[in-house]
Design a protein around this ligand. Structure first.
Ligand SMILES: [Zn+2]
Length: 125
């Protein structure tokens, strides 16, 4: 895991990744919500729909079973569901930050902001 020199960090409301304090935010760090201009521009996107869908699909499964982000994407779109994969992963990371789900790889809970490759979602105990 990378160390961040004890700088304060927060979770971006759009992409769900953690980001560190920067000098340009010295005056308004408390109000900073997004890690980048790109994420700020996304703030009007219907991202809550994705979060709701993830929780809805997990609620239908046996407790503590996992779902793949592609199941979420496919449930929303028949064609071109691949375009939804990264938004779904981002929604998953936001749910992790809210303490609602865990992201797992090979059955182990992994650090949501650093996980690479195939991930699955699981309701948090
Ligand atoms: Zn972001």
């Amino acid at each position: 895991m990378t160390t961040h020199q004890n700088l304060p960090s927060k979770i971006c409301l759009a992409c769900g990744r953690s980001f560190d304090w920067r000098k340009k935010w010295a005056k308004n760090w408390d109000e900073v919500k997004w890690c980048s201009e790109r994420c700020r521009a996304q703030r009007q996107s219907p991202r809550d729909e994705l979060e709701t869908k993830i929780l809805e699909l997990l609620a239908k499964r046996a407790f503590h079973s996992t779902i793949c982000p592609s199941e979420v994407a496919r449930s929303l779109r028949n064609d071109d569901w691949r375009a939804l994969m990264e938004p779904v992963r981002q929604a998953g990371r936001r749910l992790v930050a809210q303490g609602k789900i865990d992201i797992t790889q090979g059955g182990q809970v992994v650090d949501a902001t650093e996980a690479k490759g195939a991930i699955r979602f699981r309701l948090r105990r």
